[in-house]
Design a protein around this ligand. Structure first.
Ligand code: PGA
Length: 251
């Protein structure tokens, strides 16, 4: 059975004081998490150790990095390695968010290197994919996303790819208040699973968690997460609002 995951993506938001109060609130909240339903908090890097500590009472609440570099260590000022993340006990890293692709020019090939090094350090990549509006309007989104998967993941063995979490985030729905309809999400998630199945076989594809991201809120989470191929969400704005995010996790 594949895991259901709700991941918070705080992005570049929140002071230390706010991070403390959010983490305290989530650690104390009544959350329906268990071995197969986990919540992950991708916090700004300076708060990773704090998040580890605050969430340590519940094994189903995990801290995640929002990014990492593709090298093990060395003269890369400002970057964070998986070796550093591993050494502080971090087990998840978001890779290839559309904001990283757009503002920091991260390519599919570069992301393939990051995926490799994360897996080498036993850190689960939450690999983001998704199309811009122009591609959606041209109705070529399935091929576009398939290429992202092929170029960043398809060099992996079946055993390796089985360790990845995929997050589908249509760029036109991120932070815009526009959500893909549950039917659009399901259609793309099924397409991603088909692409994975064609390469790795149906059993491997059936085991990979595929999260939806893009304006997920308490009011739409139940319907979106209820789709057969949607295994949870990657949530930006609403993950900074305690009551909203508790409801999303519990959805
Ligand atoms: P949003 O962001 O929920 O604010 O749309 C999602 C994301 O970028 O991961």
């Amino acid at each position: 059975m594949r895991k259901q995951i709700v991941a918070a993506n705080w992005k570049m938001n929140g002071t230390l004081e706010q991070a403390n109060s959010l983490l305290d609130a989530f650690a104390a909240a009544p959350l329906t998490v268990n071995e197969n339903k986990i919540a992950v908090f991708a916090v700004p890097a300076p708060y990773l150790m704090l998040a580890k500590e605050k969430l340590s009472g519940n094994p189903y609440l995990q801290a995640a990095a929002q990014n990492c570099y593709s090298k093990k260590s060395g003269a890369y000022t400002g970057e964070i390695s998986v070796e550093i993340l591993r050494s502080i006990g971090i087990s998840y890293v978001v890779l290839g968010h559309s904001e990283r692709r757009e503002y920091f020019a991260e390519s599919n090939a570069f992301l393939a290197e990051k995926v490799n090094i994360a897996l080498a350090y036993n850190i689960t990549p939450i690999f983001c994919c998704g199309e811009p509006l122009a591609i959606r309007e041209a109705e070529t989104q399935n091929a576009y996303v398939a290429t992202q998967l092929e170029e960043s993941l398809f060099h992996l063995s079946a055993e390796e790819v089985a360790k990845i979490v995929i997050a589908y985030e249509p760029i036109w729905a991120i932070g815009t208040g526009k959500t893909a309809s549950s039917a659009q999400a399901q259609e793309m998630h099924a397409s991603i699973r088909e692409v994975l199945a064609a390469k790795y076989g149906a059993a491997v594809a059936a085991g990979i968690s595929i999260l939806y991201g893009g304006s997920v809120k308490a009011s739409n989470a139940v319907e979106i997460f209820g789709q057969p191929d949607v295994d949870g969400g990657l949530v930006g704005g609403a993950s900074l609002i305690v009551d909203e995010f508790i409801q999303i996790i519990n959805a």
